[in-house]
Design a protein around this ligand. Structure first.
Ligand code: 3PG
Length: 305
């Protein structure tokens, strides 16, 4: 009997876990959960005798891969897989997959939830500002970026995007204006929403040059990864621009140094964008089905390594 580990430091909603359990029970697989663990060593130990692992932002490092004696597949229930050591997995012949698109609506909705809350001064009774007719730049037009564009149009925003990996026609058919460079996006748009993955090229790439070029009352929204921000530059921008605002679904590492500024919004040290029942169900079910399809039919459609 195949043994599957669901290792989630930030657990799925119960309704999603129940559905994952039911899918594996029907396939006659043994499914065990490791939730809210505090030590990486707990994960390393739990992986010892399992055939497959489902994770979220959990760290699959070399030790996890090496200790998984029977491990054949890791499925990241979500989009970004920067938390997985792909080289170590590939070296050991472990397949890594993600579940693209399954949690993107949740993230896109939170972009606007956070922005409206911030623009209305956290509902403190004072007058805020609106989104209608304002310019929004979407930095990377993947599944989340596309959903952000859809919702932004409902708010009556002017939507721009930059993504060198998506064709101009693909973006324009959503009624979004394509800009030719990242510099142009930041220079044009009062609001910029980040949706780039964290890679060697993108880490710390959101820097002083880009942020200082944004129009007045600039708002940077980050539901991508905190690592893509150059935090030294972020601190400098806050010091230089009284009108600059940073909104994110995860605290930056320098959060404690930004407490004197009011134009900022972030709550949790854990990423919250995809934390809805619907996203948990979509991504969790997709992950479970992808594991079964892999073992039963050798289906490697969502392989990323
Ligand atoms: C993703 O990459 O899918 C999102 O950042 C969600 O991450 P999470 O599963 O840890 O909430």
């Amino acid at each position: 009997m195949k043994k599957i580990l669901v290792a989630t430091d930030k657990p799925f909603a119960k309704v999603a876990s129940d559905q994952i359990k039911a899918i594996f029970a029907k396939a006659n697989y043994n499914c065990v959960f490791l939730e809210k663990y505090t030590q990486q060593s707990d994960f390393i130990l739990a992986v010892e005798d399992v055939d497959a692992v489902i994770i979220r932002s959990d760290k699959v490092d070399k030790d996890v891969i090496e200790n998984g004696r029977n491990l054949k597949i890791v499925v990241r229930a979500g989009a970004g897989y920067d938390n997985v050591d792909l080289a170590a997995a590939t070296e050991k012949g472990v397949v890594v997959m993600n579940t693209p698109g399954q949690n993107s609506n949740a993230v896109a909705e939170l972009v606007f939830g956070m922005v409206v809350f911030q623009l209305r001064n956290h509902f403190d009774g004072s007058s805020g500002t609106e989104l209608k007719d304002k310019k929004l730049g979407i930095h990377a037009y993947g599944n989340v970026g596309k959903n952000v564009a859809r919702i932004a149009k409902g708010f009556g925003m002017q939507v721009f995007a930059f993504d060198p990996f998506v064709s101009k026609q693909e973006i324009e058919k959503d009624g979004v204006t394509v800009v030719e460079s990242v510099e142009e996006l930041y220079k044009t748009c009062q609001f910029v929403s980040l949706h780039i993955p964290a890679t060697a090229q993108t880490k710390k790439s959101i820097n002083h040059q880009l942020l200082s070029s944004m129009p007045s009352n600039a708002v940077l929204i980050n539901t991508a990864r905190k690592e893509v921000i150059n935090e030294e530059d972020l601190k400098q921008i806050f010091a230089e621009r009284k009108d600059f605002c940073y909104v994110s679904d995860i605290q930056p590492d320098c959060a404690a140094e930004l407490t004197e500024y009011s134009k900022r919004l972030f709550f949790s040290p854990k990423k919250m964008g995809a934390q809805t029942e619907e996203a948990n169900i979509n991504a969790g079910i997709a992950a479970a089905n992808q594991i079964i399809a892999f073992f039963e039919n050798n289906d490697i459609r969502f392989k990323v390594n």
